[in-house]
Write a protein that binds this ligand. Structure first.
Ligand code: SOE
Length: 386
C-alpha cells in the first residue's frame, strides 16, 4: 500500500472548488487507509490571481500555471482534471504517460475517439482512473441501486430521466465556454445528459440503441467580454451559440427496458432538477436531486389497501455513505457527493480495489452521447458503439 496519495488538481472554476473541498475534507469524514496530500493546484497564467487565492483558501501547498509541470512532478501521485471539456484528453493522457493516476471530470471527452485514446493511455501506463460522475455517490441514488440489486422492484421496464436547469434562459446571458462547441463539445447534452446516462447505466444497464432530437432556442448571445463590461467593438458584440440548449432521446436497454431522457437548460424554475423514475415489475423508485436526501419507493408487494409511495429519508447509518456524516435526519448536500467519491478514489488506489466509474465507463457513456447526436443529425435510430 502506498504511504500517501499526493494530489495535483487542474482547474480553478466551479469544479475546482468542489474538488478542493473534497480533498480537504474527505480524510476528516472518512476513515481512510492513507491521507490525500493537497500538493498543488493548477490553472492558466491569466487566472493566476484567482489561482493564488484558491490555493490559499482551500489549503493547497502551492500552485503552478502549466499542467505539464504539474503532471511530471515527482511528488504528485494523482492528477485530478477539473477543466473545460476540450482539455480533458490532453491533460489526462499527459498525466497517464507521466505515470500518474488520473481522475477526470465528466463528460470524459469531447467524443468517442478522444475517450478511446484516454482509455488506451491509462491502460498502457497501468495507472488507476476514475470519472467524476458524482451523483452515483448521492446516498439516495446508491440506495436505489441497492434496492434494485436486492430485487425490490424486480425486472425493470422503464427508466425515465430528466436533468433540468434554467441558468441560460435570459437571451442576454453571455456566450460562456459551455455554449461553444469547440470547448464544450455539446451543450445540455454532454453536460446534463451525460449524468443521467451514467445513472441509467449504473441503475439499469447498458444502452443498445437511441433516437434523439436537439434544439437551440437562443442562437446568438452577447460575447463574454462585452457582458462583463470589457471592450467589444461593434460587429463583434454577439456570437453564435454552437451547441444544443436541449437534447431529448429515447433508448432501448440491452436487458429489454426502455428509457426516456431529457436534458435542458431551459427548464424555468428548475435549478438542478436531476430526476429519475424507474418502474419495475414489483414497484417503482423515484429521485429528484432538489430533494437529494429522499428516495421514493412504491412496492406492489405491500398489502392491498396499504399500498402507496413511501419517502425514505436516506440519512440512516445503514444507508450508503451516511455513517461518515451526521446522525439520522441531519441532511447532506451537493458537496458531500464529491467528498464521498474522493474517499472511494483514495481507498481504491490505496487498496488496489475497483474504482467506478472508470474511463471504461466514461467511454461507454460517450458512445451513448455520440450515438444520440448522430441520431439527431440523421433523424434515425442509432446503435450505440457502432
Ligand atoms: C452545469 O450547470 C453543471 O455545473 C454541470 O456541469 C455539473 O456537472 C452538474 O452537476 C451541475 O451543473
Amino acid at each position: 500500500m502506498p504511504e500517501e496519495l499526493n494530489v495535483g488538481l487542474v482547474g480553478c472554476g466551479f469544479m475546482g472548488k468542489a474538488h478542493s473541498n473534497a480533498w480537504l475534507n474527505t480524510g476528516k469524514f472518512f476513515n481512510l487507509p492513507i491521507q490525500p496530500g493537497m500538493k498543488a493546484i493548477c490553472a492558466l497564467p491569466e487566472d493566476e490571481d484567482a489561482l493564488r487565492r484558491m490555493a490559499e483558501n482551500w489549503g493547497w501547498e502551492g500552485y503552478v500555471t502549466d499542467y505539464k509541470e504539474l503532471v511530471t512532478r515527482e511528488d504528485i501521485d494523482l492528477v485530478d482534471v477539473a477543466t473545460p471539456n476540450n482539455t480533458h484528453a490532453e491533460i489526462s493522457i499527459a498525466a497517464a504517460e507521466a505515470g500518474k493516476n488520473v481522475s477526470c471530470e465528466k463528460p470524459l471527452a469531447m467524443n468517442v475517439a478522444e475517450a478511446k485514446e484516454m482509455l488506451q493511455a491509462v491502460k498502457e501506463a497501468g495507472v488507476r482512473h476514475m470519472v467524476w460522475f458524482n451523483y452515483r455517490r448521492v446516498p439516495a441514488v446508491a440506495l436505489a441501486r441497492r434496492l434494485i440489486d436486492e430485487g425490490r422492484i424486480g425486472k425493470i421496464y422503464h427508466f425515465r430521466a430528466q436533468y433540468l436547469q434554467d441558468w441560460i434562459m435570459d437571451p442576454e446571458f453571455p456566450l460562456v465556454w459551455r455554449l461553444r462547441k469547440e470547448v464544450g463539445g455539446s451543450g445540455a447534452h454532454g453536460d446534463l445528459n451525460a449524468h443521467i446516462t451514467d445513472l441509467a447505466r449504473y441503475l439499469v444497464g447498458e444502452i443498445d440503441e437511441v433516437v434523439g432530437m436537439s434544439e437551440t432556442f437562443i442562437k446568438e448571445r452577447p460575447l463574454e467580454a462585452e457582458a462583463v463590461g470589457l471592450t467589444a467593438t461593434a460587429g463583434e458584440k454577439r456570437g453564435q451559440v454552437t451547441v444544443d440548449d436541449t437534447v431529448l432521446f429515447l433508448a432501448r436497454f440491452e436487458n429489454g427496458a426502455v428509457g426516456s431522457f431529457e436534458g435542458t437548460r431551459f427548464g424555468a424554475g428548475r435549478k438542478n432538477g436531476e430526476r429519475f423514475e424507474i418502474n419495475g415489475e414489483k414497484g417503482t423508485l423515484a429521485f429528484d436531486f432538489e430533494r437529494m436526501n429522499e428516495l421514493e419507493f412504491f412496492s406492489r408487494e405491500d398489502p392491498e389497501g396499504l399500498q402507496g409511495f413511501k419517502t425514505i429519508l436516506a440519512t440512516e447509518p445503514g444507508h450508503p455513505y451516511m455513517e461518515a456524516y451526521w446522525p439520522p435526519g441531519h441532511l447532506i448536500g451537493y458537496e458531500h457527493t464529491f467528498v464521498s467519491q474522493a474517499a472511494d478514489l483514495v481507498k481504491g488506489i490505496a487498496e488496489g480495489t475497483e474504482l467506478k466509474p472508470d474511463f471504461e465507463d466514461g467511454l461507454r457513456n460517450q458512445e451513448v452521447l455520440d450515438a444520440v447526436l448522430k441520431s439527431c443529425e440523421e433523424r434515425a435510430w442509432i446503435k450505440v458503439g457502432e
